[in-house]
Design a protein around this ligand. Sequence first.
Ligand code: GLN
Length: 454
Amino acid sequence: AFNANVAAAQDALNAFIVATPDRAIEAAQAVDAKRAKGEALGKMAGVPIGMKDLFATVGVQTTAASHILEGFTPQYESTVSAKLWDAGAGMLGKLNLDQFAMGSSNETSYFGNVVSPWRRNDGGNAPLAPGGSSGGSSAAIAARLCPAATGTDTGGSIRQPAAFTGITGIKPTYGRCSRWGVVAFASSLDQAGPMARDVTDCAIMLEAMAGFDPKDSTSLNLPVPEWEKGLNADLSGKGVGIPREYRMDGMDADVAKSWDDGIAWLKDAGATIVDVSLPHTKYALPAYYIIAPAEASSNLARYDGVRYGLRDLPDGSNLQDMYAATRAAGFGAEVRRRILIGTYVLSAGFYDAYYTQAQKVRTLIARDFAQAFEQCDVILAPTAPSAAFALGENTEDPLKMYLNDVFAVPASLAGLPAMSVPAGLNREGLPLGLQIIGKAFDEQGVLNAGLAIE
Ligand code: GLN
């Protein structure tokens, strides 16, 4: 049934880059065979999921939604996807995303925009962005094409698309999920996580995805907690911090209201609300848009036309010409912009002024959180400054697009677990998300506060 729905919705939503119906069926049959033999079944037994096309999958094209990787078929499997298959999940297909996960609207994909299944209730029919970069994942779950999907979050790419489409997604503590086999964007920030319909499904799937991996040097060598068993929406004795710097001038009225609703719901669940300060918040976005492009410019140097995917070798050209032609043809505009910014801020004359400064800011942001968490257990804030915008609405102005990540990037810079849960609709009938940020390693606290909200 899921395979049929994926196929039927493709023209309208463009959520998948490739569908793999046979893989979903094979996984279901393998689960049936195990069950018949009385063998133990994994956490994800028989669950058909979508795989963001940033995870390397053996035998199935892996593109990061870029022309430069078109036709690249990995011979190795990402650790996260391997764990999901071991747990019994089956793959419905590879999901569309912003190219190299750079974007907030899924409009930078070489394979075209993903369209959100949501529409405004004003009778207009403007196609809306599903958020990004995990926009294929969010649209597919919201349209019920799959019960869950993988996402990755470098500066909000799980949380913001979850908020835009009324679903749930958690970015765990940096290092919980292995980055092995995940196409690298900004390695010190990249983190995989589950996206699903609710908190319980996220807890189950995160248990299947997380765990130490010697192949990733930044992988956390910690046991995976039993998050599903630990779910508890009673927040008695818990403190919820409300960061005053997030209440910005001119904040969208519906977003402010949903934040207030969330505060009331968490109070009802027994939590104590405390006012906290994260004084360096206003520097987080500029620091992120220096650090992430810097790391990207280094990571993307490997796409040179020699080792992967596309090669453009004009007649009579030399090696340099081949690099230039391949990259010009293979990288989209946003990816080129990031490479240029990243190369600039890392260049000898500007390194200290930009990159070193941004790293200092990153430390200050992490300290802000550490201090705030002396007063509370989790922090509650909006996920994004607005509900979903229309496709095309922000594409002319990259800075406007980047501003969308203002509430998402601080937790990324600090490596903290953070989740977006649905928190009602705005006056246009579009979903809004609330974000819960937790202490390092305290996914359980984040999930429990999320459960109290949903
Ligand atoms: N929107 C942010 C960016 O474009 C975040 C992307 C992400 O988390 N992968 O960099």
